[in-house]
Each structure stands twice: as structure tokens, then as C-alpha cells.
Design a binder for this molecule. Structure first.
Ligand SMILES: Nc1ncnc2c1ncn2[C@@H]1O[C@H](COP(=O)(O)OP(=O)(O)OP(=O)(O)O)[C@@H](O)[C@H]1O
Length: 675
């Protein structure tokens, strides 16, 4: 079955190329190429009067009248003939296929599929077959037809035929990897029955049962792999941090605010993990502005007071710098040493040396920290601020720089728990839902470019009161060949409009130095209006900024809009988010409505997932989820719970022989997915 698809009877090298374009390389791949849906095709004659007008029907009959061709108008011609089977006589119609006339000799058997016209007992034919060979029995008896994703040159019939042959010749060579116990407990169909159920369904129910097995198996494999990874990690000897009872009190004294209940709860969860000899592996998720950074800072503090080193890795340089300065201001009180490491850092070698010697307590940086040259004296805590940007593998590289250090993954795109368990199934999850005291809800409005001057006038008033504003555009400059406003040109427009008010520009194509300078000026209030691309999307924290204007807001995903909006409302001022939407499509309107009505990041990410679909929402594999063949996050949520439970069962029974085959499958999966 692992043989190349070209060796399947009836395929050959030419068709094999077409199969390959559908991702089918081997005979086995073909067997697991499942239909997209099944279509109910009734046999017109045996279904009798039950059949409805315009229904899709099938018929096998003998040609009883000589065909005739009639020109209807212009180039359109209509060929008609009559066929009969043992139960009745029907008219068949083909449009624009006059050449068939010579083939439809009286007495010939023909199988057809098409659309039924009840009044005239007539079928407009879509597919026909003169062969006497019973290639696909459903077609003649009339029942459910599997519909496969096809490609040019490879139609449904060819795929169905090839699958029939593959099933006939190879199905007996297949052994079910799922242990019997699980098949029985979760009422799954066995492998062979499932394949027959999906490719040659006898009923809709049977097709659904077959499909269910494949979805379940895929999810079970993924979940089992995650649990095994988690178990292996838990079995390692991690670092037992020494945590004093009053640590939280001592730490929070230097902050200028009271910690929220959720922050305290999560901090305790983390300190418990860190005190244990099992390595911590925890996800910290919280809505924008909920104060995750302080939690990260606390865990870094715990590691340093235990005599170890910690890392904070973030996705952008701007963010790295910001965190660096924030942490420095806190850790100065404790005499804790913080260094910055990004690809544009000048004294990298010096930092490397000091890290290795243990002279640096905490390093904050971008993926530059992953470089081979970066070595630690005693790395005991890794915090990554992921925003779905690092993956499992990058986390593993960092881990390798210590001896089973504790890991805290922060995510600013909060997602509902079930989804989080899918994405980060190998991690324990902590969530912060509460926002710090005194925050006023951000007022969000959606408008059109026609109202831009009114928006500018509003900004002017707020700036005159001493506030600051962000304006986000999707692109850097107009040379990028996509529609949408470009920050560089927009900056000139804004600069002119606002005259004396100082306007800055920030985008990803600027050098790190330039970016840093602009951010510092904005932070210090020397710039009042900052025109930027999405470089400011994550983490940027300027409390005095209270207006966020997003041009071409229709071009951003909901979660991204929520992230951008989260750049304001971080202080005690009333904040505003104005979405300038350049299209009037119903999808855009729906999305803007969600944004103006909802401020809960958990709800927004769920709506985003629904609107954009899992592919776009989660991005590709590097963002942490494998590309599933059958499982779809949006439609198969209710599989997660039973598959997770079954995975637990797998884990408990790994040593049993009946689980060995499945374990092999899990390992194959994990090899592709993990390191
Ligand atoms: N308990 C608190 N009370 C008041 N202010 C707080 C509290 N916790 C954090 N803050 C402040 O709130 C702001 C937002 O915190 P932080 O940057 O940690 O949020 P975040 O969760 O990382 O959000 P984002 O994902 O948007 O970056 C910061 O200025 C921080 O100093």
C-alpha cells in the first residue's frame, strides 16, 4: 500500500501526476482521501412517485427510441432519446452534445445521472456511462454518492473508480492502529468498516460514523502525543526554586499599584509550579492590558532570588526594549541585573560572556536569544510572550539552554479554554480575566473615510487637552502592491493637517535605532500623534495615549483589531477607538459591529475564529497547531473532550501490547510535529 499511486490498476504515470497534485502519493494516501460530502442520488425508477421535481437522480436503462437533435437557438442544441428499465420509460436530454447521437443506438444499455423533471418524466443528463461493467454499484442502484475534491483532468468518476480498485485489492492489508478497547468505549467503527463507510456509504448515518472515526483518530493521535510529551517532561528533574512565604508581598511593594485578584491567583499558581521539582510548563493568557507583564516579572524575580537566571523572549524589538526598560525600573530596587539582547544589540559578545558567567540575572530579547552562542550559567526560567508567533520547536531550543528550566508561555490573544487546550495541550493553563482597577471601557466607533476630518478634529481636541493618539495603517508605503493606506504617505497628510502638533512615524522597515527613538519620543510625550503600521500591535504600553484610529480596519482580523485597540485604555483616561472602514460589505459591517459591541478578548477570538476559519485564525504549523486533515476546530469542537479523555486512557495503557501499534502512530505524528 505504500507503493506509488501510479502502480494502482488504471492509474499509470500520467494520472499519477494528477493524483499527486491532490496530495495523493501512494495507494494508502488514496484510501485515506476522504470525500468532502456525500450526495443523495435516488434511482428514479425504484424510488417511484416519492421522487421530487429537480432531484438528482440515477437510472440504468436501455435506449428504446432513436435519438434526435434539435437546434434551440444560436449554438444551443438539444439531443433527446428515450430509455426504459423494468419499471418505466423516461426521456433523456443532453444539451450541446449532438455527437452522442451516433453512440445512442437502440438496444444499448446506458447509466445516467442528472436532474429530474417530474412533469415530463425527463432527466437532464450530467453524467453517463455505456459500460456494462458494474463500476460503481451505487450509481446503478441509486443511493449515496461520495463527492471528492477533484482537480482538472481527474473527475469524480476516475477517483471513485480508483478508490474502488484500491479498496478491493488492499483493504485486507490494513490493520487498525486504534486499540480495540478505545474503539469499543467510544463506539467507533473499525478501520476497514470506516473506509467502506466513507467511500461506499449505504446511508448518511453510516457515512457520518465513518467520518467520525477519522476525525476522532486524528485528534486522539494529536492529544496523545501532547500528553506523552507532557508526561515525559514531567518526569524530568526540574529546578526546585526556593520561595519565601512573603515573596509576593516584598515584590508588590515596589509597584505603584495594587495587584488584581486574578494576578495574585496566577502568581500563586506559578510560584507553586516553580517550587516543585517537576518543571513548570504553563500558559498564561489574559486579555489586552490585564497586566500579564507584571506576572512575568514576578516569576523572573522568583528565579533570581533563588540564585538562578531567567529569560524573557518576545516577538518584536520594540516590545523587547519596552519590557527591558520596564523590568529594569522594577529590578533596580532589588539590585537585579537585566540585559537586552536583540539582533541589533551592539555588544552581543559581551552579553554572551556575562550570561555564561552568571553576571546577568535576566535577559530580555527577541529570537536572537535562540542563537547558538547564547549560553547560561544557570537558566531556570523561560518566559515567552508568544502572540502565536513562536512555536513548540523554538520553545524547545530555549529549553535546551538549561537543564529542564521552568517555562511560562504568555499569550495576548486570549482564547476560550477548550481552544487553548487544543493549541497548548501540553501546558497547564492560567487565565487573567480581571482588568486593573479604575480602567474605563474603551468607546469604540466605526466610520467611513468621508468622516476622516471629523475624526481629525476630535483628535485635535484631545491632543490639546494633553492626550496622545495612534493612527494605524495596514502598509508601510505605496510601493507594496496591495490596496490600503500606506503609513508613509498618510504620515505626510496627517503632518500637514495638524500643523504645529508633532506627528511621528513608526514602521517595520525603519532601523531599530530609529524605531527606538520614535517610541521614546512618543512615550515622553514629545510626539502627540503616532502614525504606525502594526509594529505597535503587541504589548506597546503608553498610558497617556487615549485614541486609537485604525484606517482600513476591514483589512485586519478581529483579534488583531482587539490587540491594536488594547494599546489605549491603559491609564485612567477615557479612551476611544475609531475604526475607519473602507468597504461596505456585509462581512466588514458584521466585524465592525462585533468590535463596537464587544470588549471581551475571549469572545472576540471566538468570533474571529468563526468568521475567518481556523486556517487563517491560527495560521500555519509554526504557530503551534498541526495542519489537520480531517479535524476542523470550528465544526468539531465536541470531539475535543472525548478525544482528550481517550488520550488519557492511551497514556495509562501504553505498556500494553494492544497499544503498541497506536504508539508507533503517535510517534510518527510527534516526529513531524515536535522536535
Ligand atoms: N494591578 C494593576 N493595577 C494597575 N495597573 C496595572 C496593574 N497591573 C498592571 N498594570 C499596568 O497596566 C498596564 C498594562 O499591563 P501589561 O503591559 O502587563 O498588560 P498586558 O497584559 O501585557 O497587556 P498587553 O497584552 O496588551 O501588552 C501597564 O502599564 C501596567 O503597569
Amino acid at each position: 500500500m505504500d507503493r506509488d499511486i501510479q502502480y494502482l490498476k488504471g492509474v499509470g504515470p500520467k494520472r499519477a501526476r494528477l493524483f499527486r497534485s491532490l496530495g495523493i502519493e501512494t495507494i494508502k494516501d488514496l484510501l485515506f482521501y476522504l470525500p468532502r460530502e456525500v450526495e443523495n442520488v435516488q434511482n428514479v425508477s425504484s424510488a417511484g412517485s416519492k421522487i421530487e421535481d429537480k432531484a438528482k437522480v440515477a437510472l440504468t436503462g436501455v435506449v428504446v427510441t432513436a435519438p434526435s437533435v434539435r437546434r434551440i437557438r444560436g449554438n444551443l442544441s438539444m439531443l433527446t432519446t428515450e430509455v426504459s428499465d423494468s419499471l418505466g420509460r423516461y426521456k433523456l436530454v443532453w444539451f450541446n452534445q449532438p455527437f452522442l447521437k451516433s453512440k445512442l443506438a437502440v438496444g444499448k444499455t446506458i447509466k445516467v445521472k442528472g436532474v429530474y423533471n417530474k412533469k415530463y418524466r425527463q432527466i437532464t443528463v450530467n453524467e453517463y456511462n455505456f459500460s456494462n461493467q458494474n463500476i460503481n454499484s451505487q450509481q446503478s442502484t441509486g443511493s449515496l454518492q461520495p463527492i471528492y475534491p477533484i482537480t482538472e483532468g481527474l473527475n469524480q468518476k476516475l477517483i471513485q473508480q480508483s478508490i474502488s480498485i484500491a479498496l478491493k485489492n488492499h483493504i485486507n492489508n490494513l490493520t487498525d492502529p486504534i486499540p480495540k478497547e478505545i474503539i469499543e468505549k467510544y463506539k467507533l467503527l473499525g478501520l476497514r468498516d470506516s473506509l467502506l463507510a466513507v467511500h461506499q456509504p449505504k446511508s448518511k448515518d453510516q457515512w457520518l460514523k465513518g467520518k467520525k472515526r477519522f476525525i476522532f483518530e486524528e485528534l486522539l493521535t494529536f492529544k496523545s502525543a501532547l500528553l506523552i510529551a507532557k508526561k515525559r517532561y514531567n518526569e524530568q528533574q526540574g529546578i526546585e526554586h526556593y520561595i519565601k512565604k512573603d515573596s509576593m508581598e516584598v515584590f508588590s511593594k515596589v509597584l505603584g499599584f495594587e495587584l488584581t485578584g486574578d494576578q495574585k491567583k496566577v502568581m500563586s499558581e506559578i510560584s507553586k509550579d516553580m517550587a516543585s521539582s517537576t518543571p513548570m510548563n504553563r500558559l498564561l493568557q489574559g486579555d489586552v492590558g490585564s497586566g500579564k507583564t507584571i506576572v512575568a516579572a514576578y516569576s523572573l524575580y522568583l528565579t533570581v532570588v533563588s540564585g538562578c537566571q531567567g529569560v524573557l523572549m518576545v516577538p518584536t524589538e520594540i516590545l523587547a526594549e519596552q519590557h527591558y526598560y520596564n523590568l529594569k525600573s522594577i529590578f533596580n530596587y532589588f539590585n537585579i541585573n537585566v540585559e537586552l539582547l536583540t539582533s541589533s544589540s551592539k555588544d552581543k559578545i559581551k552579553v554572551y560572556e556575562r550570561l555564561k558567567k552568571g553576571e546577568v540575572d535576566i535577559v530580555v530579547g527577541t529570537h536572537a536569544i535562540l542563537q547558538e552562542g547564547v549560553k547560561f550559567n544557570k537558566l531556570a526560567l523561560i518566559v515567552t510572550d508568544e502572540q502565536h508567533r513562536f512555536g513548540v520547536k523554538q520553545r524547545a531550543v530555549l529549553r535546551g539552554k538549561g537543564s529542564f528550566p521552568d517555562v511560562l508561555v504568555m499569550s495576548a490573544t486570549p482564547i476560550p479554554r477548550t481552544m487553548a487546550q487544543m493549541l497548548y495541550g501540553d501546558l497547564d493553563i492560567s487565565s487573567i480575566k480581571q482588568l486593573p482597577k479604575g480602567r474605563k471601557p474603551i468607546k469604540t466607533y466605526s466610520t467611513t473615510p468621508n468622516n476622516r476630518n471629523r475624526v481629525f478634529e476630535f483628535i485635535k481636541k484631545e491632543v490639546e487637552k494633553g492626550q496622545q493618539c495612534y493612527i494605524v495603517c495596514p502598509l508601510v508605503d505605496e510601493s507594496e502592491k496591495v490596496s490600503g493606506l500606506a503609513a508613509t504617505q498618510y504620515f505626510q497628510l496627517v503632518d500637514e493637517y495638524f500643523g504645529d502638533i508633532s506627528v511621528g512615524l513608526l514602521h517595520g522597515k525603519m532601523s531599530s535605532q530609529q524605531k527606538e527613538q520614535v517610541m521614546t519620543q512618543f512615550k515622553n510625550g514629545e510626539i502627540s500623534i503616532l502614525v504606525a503600521t502594526t509594529v505597535i500591535e503587541v504589548g506597546v504600553d503608553v498610558k497617556n495615549a487615549n485614541i486609537m484610529v485604525i484606517e482600513n480596519s476591514e483589512k485586519f482580523g478581529l483579534s488583531q483589531l482587539h490587540q491594536l485597540r488594547g494599546r489605549v485604555g491603559r491609564g485612567q483616561f477615557q479612551s476611544f477607538c475609531i475604526l475607519i472602514c473602507h468597504t461596505n460589505s456585509s462581512t466588514a459591517n458584521k466585524r465592525m459591529k462585533i468590535m463596537t459591541e464587544t470588549s471581551d478578548g475571549f469572545k472576540i477570538s471566538q468570533a474571529d475564529l468563526k468568521l475567518r476559519g481556523p486556517g487563517e485564525f491560527f495560521g500555519t504549523r509554526q504557530h503551534g497547531v498541526p495542519e489537520f486533515k480531517y479535524f476542523d476546530m470550528l465544526n468539531h469542537m465536541d470531539y475535543i473532550q472525548p478525544a482528550t479523555e481517550a488520550a488519557q486512557l492511551v497514556l495509562e495503557n501504553l505498556s500494553k501490547e494492544s497499544y503498541h501499534r497506536f504508539l508507533k502512530k503517535i510517534h510518527q505524528f510527534a516526529d513531524n510535529y515536535f522536535d
